[in-house]
Design a protein around this ligand. Sequence first.
Ligand SMILES: Cc1cc2nc3c(=O)[nH]c(=O)nc-3n(C[C@H](O)[C@H](O)[C@H](O)COP(=O)(O)OP(=O)(O)OC[C@H]3O[C@@H](n4cnc5c(N)ncnc54)[C@H](O)[C@@H]3O)c2cc1C
Length: 366
Amino acid sequence: MTDFDYCIIGGGVIGLACAYELSHHGSVLLLEQNNRFGAETSSRNSEVIHAGLYYAPGSLKERLCIEGKQRLYRFCENFDVPHKAIGKLIVAPESGQEQLTQLLRKGRNLRIPLQSLDQQQLQDMEPQVRGYVALYSPTTGIIDSHSYMERLAQQAEQRGALLLKHSRVVSASERDNGWQIEVCSMDGVSSIRCAALVNAAGLQAQKMAHALGIKESRIPKLYLCRGHYFSYQSKNPFRHLIYPLPEKNLAGLGIHATLDLGNQLRFGPDTEYLSDDTPDYRVDPALAPTFARAIQRYFPGLKEQHLQPDYAGIRPKLHTKHETAADFNIQRPDNSAPAVHLFGIESPGLTASLAIGTFVTEMLQK
Ligand SMILES: Cc1cc2nc3c(=O)[nH]c(=O)nc-3n(C[C@H](O)[C@H](O)[C@H](O)COP(=O)(O)OP(=O)(O)OC[C@H]3O[C@@H](n4cnc5c(N)ncnc54)[C@H](O)[C@@H]3O)c2cc1C
């Protein structure tokens, strides 16, 4: 006898998307340790709906981003989530032409709509931006991630899912081919039984996997990589998202200009691997000159004094800064009761969330 068919650990966008998908198939309990959903990485990102251009061919990141993007736009339409396909420009200097051509070729193979722009066309679209060539991606957009998470939660609850805040999973053990979970809440510690588990604990997914007894060799090493944002304290001159060429090892997409739905402009994120494994979200104002130099390469009119430290997010990376980008690591160990663990769900996790929810559901139903 179990209390629930599925128990999800973590109420970020990934846990919520899993709850939404799994609630079609059985009873769902989601446990979130904080006093609101999505308070960690899911509310510390760029809120960009990515087109799926950057990821290793055939990777889960590529596949789930492209599928997730289409589903996310549909979800936003169906459930009134504020969003806008405002389009993005990837801007390159003369020396970046070859890299841009490769991106164009890759995008066309993936059937991602893209348009190549010369200097004049770029100037016409964004008079304040300087570049020798550019790529225009019209299907890239922005989303109000908080409304999105609220709607995921509402929809899951309408199908009977129970989503609890202030509920931290402290341990879990296998029992009768299912799981017994100990949960610490405001009422004390309680015990819950479920048939299958989803470990969507984000930055704590590795720790949770240890607690669940997953084989040490199956748990990928976690590297915390902070990305800082600076807000722009002057009138926004842009109508599109503006990106430089991505970093060579894809640790980040370069310090880009993102707009939110209120037309506020911010710049970021950079990439800083942390030596400590405790998340620290401080934004050091001393980073402003480095930000200004990076931004001035494509926005020469930027004045450093218009940059204001804003917020930071932390990527749960599975590779060091010297290695090429690792893929999402989503696994169902075959030597335990049914469980799926999600490791390294960095960008484009928000875009891919609905596709990840379906992927996890299919893994649990095999
Ligand atoms: C700087 C930055 C920029 C990004 N930009 C974009 C972007 O523009 N577009 C995009 O598609 N993606 C982007 N991403 C990626 C996206 O934000 C993440 O992939 C996504 O938010 C991950 O969600 P999550 O649910 O896995 O993690 P989280 O949001 O961290 O959720 C995990 C949850 O698990 C909970 N938890 C942990 N342990 C326990 C426990 N023991 N018991 C109960 N609850 C627990 C935590 O409290 C947390 O709420 C960005 C990420 C970063 C860091």
